[in-house]
Design a protein around this ligand. Sequence first.
Ligand SMILES: [Zn+2]
Ligand SMILES: [Zn+2]
Length: 255
Amino acid sequence: MKIKVLGCHGGELPRHRTTCFLIDRKLTIDGGAITAALELDEILEIDDIFLTHSHFDHVKDVPLMTDLLVGRREKPVVVHGPAETMEAMDKDVFNNRTWPDFRVIPTPEKPVIAFDSIPVYEPVTCQGLRIRAVPVHHPVYSVGYIVEGREGAVAFSGDTGPTEELWRAINTTPDLKAVFLEVSFPSTLQWLADVSGHLTPRTVMSELAKLDRRGAKIYLYHLKPAVIDEVKAEIKALRKEYLHVCELDEVYSIR
Ligand SMILES: [Zn+2]
Ligand SMILES: [Zn+2]
């Protein structure tokens, strides 16, 4: 499994892109940086998008990619997510006010995009991967994902404050290779992280105490651009060799 960082920040500025990870060129976790990061021919290779939640920084390039696809795809790109997230995509994004409903464009028979509500806890199979959504703790309904392939398992936390179920699910997943874990604010803004359902380096460490890590690498992402230097300095001061802060366009080979 090859994972490319299309976006790893909790906000946008030049040289900072919102959350999006590309797996084996075909599938993304979140849609915060598709059109912001990829050329058209690369965008055309994406068949599936798994959303963690409906916040703008995780979905923004899904509508933006759709009009690039008209006349260029045989089958729709399928956007997967829990029912609550897909309801927001239906009512709040592709509602013919915020954006046209590309589920019937260019024709209802051959649209460029389709929605798929997935269950939580139950695995679905997509692109040869077994993918499970597990609820996490955030102001809107949100999930993390556990992705299992032939070369091992990788977990993505999505946006979350301190949580339990995801760690339990990861701990019982065999062959864990990597966990992509959010960290948004410095510990000096712990109160803000707590009320907004996010982590600081301090709560990252208390969350990792719940993980049976088994040598897996921890990739940190979703740093807020306005406080990124402070968050990075705090992580560095922890001196944990298994912590890696994601940078744009990095590619990780999971095996
Ligand atoms: Zn976010
Ligand atoms: Zn969020």
